[in-house]
Ligand binder design. Sequence first.
Ligand code: B12
Ligand code: SF4
Ligand code: SF4
Length: 311
Amino acid sequence: MNTFSMDKRTQKLFSRDPEIFIERAIKDFVRLSPANRLDRFENEPIFEKPLVGFADGDDPLFREYKTVVHENHFLPREILELYLSQKTKSEIIRPESVSVISIVFPVNKKTIKTNAMEKEGPSLRWNHTRWKGQEFINELSNYLVSILESMGHSAIAPELSPFYKIIALPDGFVSNWSQRHAAYAAGLGTFSLNDGFITAKGMAMRCGSVVTNLKLKSSARLYTNYLENCLFYTTGKCGKCIRRCPGGAISERGHDKIKCFETVFEKQKSWFEGAHGSGFIGSYAGCGLCQTGVPCANRIPEKKRIRKETV
Ligand code: B12
Ligand code: SF4
Ligand code: SF4
């Protein structure tokens, strides 16, 4: 595990501008870490330059997630307090402030292209990105926690904590810490017709987050609603992801999580049995066809402007 040691100069930089310091530390880690590499593909980077956003953990939006996601979805303050009271074995510890650091990891463009060519299941590069990429995100999250702790703050990566759970519901699954909802609060993008999260670097990405008691300036949310980056909702057109889905899980009504689940976990089993080449890793292939070969794959799709005729 990578840990962080802090000299006086670094400490000064951190105290002067923690947001810039944290963003730089994350970007350097993504650029330099050997874990961000596709060893099967000439050691090319798994992820490109990340996007980093900050949210106030006491933002009322997080309380809305108790309805929008699930009643057991943690408030950032709840999970941090739970962690602190278990760590110190005391009853209640109330941090003065709570912040959320959210990170978006855009998939390497070459990987996006290989997956865009697929019609039934993921490319080998996409599959390696799913699994090696998540290992890398876990490593980075632990590294970020170690930076914050070495500066005397408390921090927790919710998805790596013992409190994290995925809850099965009749119509799908929810977790008690949704990375995309954290990213939405931190101004990094919006949801879409297929549920995928569209950021300035597109939808072909994975994301992670850390909660801390360090006070950080919140990033601006430059959108007015939670679906604003999706063309289907803004123009009534597009729907390209509907045709991309090999499991019929996307329609004009949205994303059917059960059908998606069945496609990812059942239909695409043959990817492991060598039917589409050898070398697939992990416990499922990874799909993501709806995130590639679509106008929102690596950017916010542009709404076509009506050209004004010059008189
Ligand atoms: C459970 C889960 C699944 C389930 C269910 C997916 C789902 N939509 O919830 C299944 C197995 C089907 C699945 C499939 C996939 N997943 Co998945 N999954 C998760 C997991 C573990 C939890 C998701 C969760 O809790 N969702 C909560 C529910 C409520 O979210 P939702 O339904 O999408 O949200 C809707 C509502 O909130 C609604 N809404 C209504 N009112 C309001 C109001 C406001 C203010 C807001 C903000 C929203 C809102 O808008 C949203 C969209 O409709 C996360 C990891 C994590 N901890 O976050 C990864 C995650 C969501 N998965 C991811 C990926 C990549 C995939 C797959 C491509 C497979 C793969 N390669 O791993 C497919 C893609 C499916 C898709 N089109 O989204 C990525 C998402 C990346 C992205 N670009 O969006 C995540 C974040 C993992 C990661 N660390 O990056 N996944
Ligand atoms: S492909 Fe089109 S409809 Fe589907 S999520 Fe992207 S912008 Fe929205
Ligand atoms: S991940 Fe695959 S099965 Fe699920 S909605 Fe996207 S294209 Fe369909």
